[in-house]
Ligand binder design. Structure first.
Ligand code: NAD
Length: 478
């Protein structure tokens, strides 16, 4: 790492020289690295399906053979236990790569479409082409998963890729920079380590696509920087994802599953339940079950959060929340640990009900009806996820019809991420575009329209001058 925090782990024979240079001279490192990737793309090497399948196999091999190294990096950066590292960061990416390998030939097939009478005789189809050289910017909360899952989509579509992991998880960024070039095509896939300045410099190179995962605030900056070059973006953002618990919900299961989802990575998950909206008649029972479920799942109540800054932010959210703390409440700022803290009915204007919590704090807001719950969600920006615990299909229909959000799960949480046939993405404030499975392949591909006409027949009808008779015929045809 240089003092500016940059290192470029790149990229083939000629670029390995550049790697050394870039550690000394970051401003020269990034443009040269991107230029090298562009040259690889122009050479056509990444287009054949064979190359793409090789890269997908390489991702799977890397995750299996180097699991221990990735797990160690995740432990260093986030205190994540090895099982969680495998479950949350490595296994889902390997599954994505396997799924893409299995379906790639079908996804990439040209699709024929009908031709109207006015254009016949002709053949029309659309076919997918890679976009070119693309940029993936990752966040810190799943620092391996959220860089490599977009990589799977990008190489499946035949692109060259720059991966920019989060600077907040330096051990993971270093592991990616070290391991990716050992497995993937070094001339086509590069890891750039760095923070804001390096990301800005990258964006200034004008990529053919950028997939950004992070906060809505930074997402706006990335979109603005990308707009200067008309770089299209997929934005995977965050926000406040509610879980609604109705009076007829299976409360014990709801509490257990909500506790599990909020404990996962100490609540630092984009699709974690941010807050619960619980019907008044079951609120107290739900809160009791929730406390029990949390205690049953954790021997040690102190959950690790990223750093002291995040811990101080969470402590302030709890201190200023008002309401009643029914579980947890302790945040150790210096040790950056926090208990899973349940706050029942915080003050209406409290930050804990306004900002994305992104940590182990769960406000429980009492509502009198489904109308109340839906109105509460509708007041805010469109969430990434909405969760509903209810045994009534009419409730499900209302939530689906009346709330606009990225994805919905009924009677569980988070599992929609693991279904590769489902698009994963937000809407409005929670994101733009989607990926996973075929949706990822499409996000990194251009759908090219093609029309082929024979040169015969070549009727005079199609050319001016247009006589009355020609006009009558044309009007019939169109
Ligand atoms: P962040 O927005 O602070 O940072 C994300 C990335 O952007 C990092 O790589 C960082 O280096 C870069 N960055 C930061 N400032 C920048 C700037 N001014 N210009 C260009 N790049 C910049 O996000 P984070 O704190 O790492 O992650 C937490 C956020 O990400 C939460 O809002 C969470 O909900 C969201 N998130 C969303 C998803 C999803 O799939 N939708 C997944 C995980 C996290």
């Amino acid at each position: 790492m240089t003092s500016s925090g940059l290192s470029v782990a790149a990229c083939g024979r000629s670029v390995s020289r550049m790697t050394t240079q870039s550690r000394v001279s970051p401003p020269r490192g990034i443009p040269d690295t991107v230029a090298q990737l562009r040259a690889t793309f122009r050479s056509g090497r990444t287009r054949p399906l064979e190359w793409r399948l090789e890269q997908l196999a390489a991702v799977q091999r890397m995750l299996t053979e180097r699991e221990a190294e990735f797990a160690e990096a995740l432990r260093k950066d986030l205190g994540r236990p090895p099982v969680d590292a495998w479950l949350a960061d490595l296994a889902p990416v390997a599954a994505e790569a396997k799924y893409a390998s299995k379906h790639l030939r079908r996804w990439a097939r040209p699709t024929r479409v009908g031709v109207p009478l006015s254009v016949q005789p002709a053949r029309a189809w659309y076919q997918y082409e890679p976009l070119g050289t693309v940029l993936v910017i990752g966040p810190w909360n799943y620092p391996i998963h959220l860089v490599l899952a977009p990589l799977v989509a990008a190489v499946a579509a035949g692109n060259c890729v720059v991966l920019k992991p989060s600077e907040q998880t330096p051990a993971c960024a270093a592991a990616l920079a070290r391991l990716v070039p050992q497995y993937l095509d070094r001339d086509a896939v590069t890891v750039v380590e760095g923070a804001v300045a390096e990301t800005e410099e990258l964006l200034d190179q004008g990529f053919d696509h950028c997939l950004f995962t992070g906060s809505p605030g930074v997402g706006k900056k990335v979109m603005a920087a990308a707009a200067k070059h008309l770089t299209p973006v997929t934005l995977e953002l965050g926000g406040k994802s509610p879980v609604i618990v109705t009076a007829d919900a299976n409360l014990r299961v709801a509490a257990k599953r909500i506790a599990w989802a909020k404990l996962l990575n100490s609540g630092q998950t984009c699709v974690a339940p941010d807050y619960a909206l619980v019907e008044r008649s079951v609120r107290d029972r739900f809160v009791t079950e929730l406390g029990r479920a949390v205690d049953a799942m954790r021997d040690d109540p102190a959950l690790p959060v990223l750093d002291a800054r995040q811990a101080a932010r969470l402590a302030a959210l709890v201190d200023q929340a008002g309401g009643t703390v029914t579980h947890g409440g302790t945040v150790e700022v210096d040790a950056h640990h926090a208990e899973l803290t349940v706050v029942v009915d915080p003050d209406a204007g409290a930050d804990v009900l306004r900002d994305e919590i992104f940590g182990p704090v769960l406000p429980v807001v009492t509502v009198d009806s489904m109308d109340d719950a839906i109105a509460h969600v509708q007041q805010g920006p469109k969430p990434l996820a909405v969760y509903l615990f209810s045994e009534d299909r009419a409730d499900e229909q209302r939530v689906l019809a009346e709330i606009s959000n990225g994805g919905t799960v009924v009677n569980h949480l988070i599992y929609h991420l693991l279904v590769p046939g489902l698009p994963f993405g937000g809407v409005g404030n929670s994101g733009t575009g989607a990926y996973h499975g075929q949706w990822g392949f499409q996000a990194f591909s251009h759908r090219k329209a093609v029309l082929r006409k024979p040169t015969r027949p070549d009727p005079a009808l199609a050319y001016p001058p247009y006589s009355k008779l020609k006009e009558v015929v044309m009007r019939r045809l169109f």
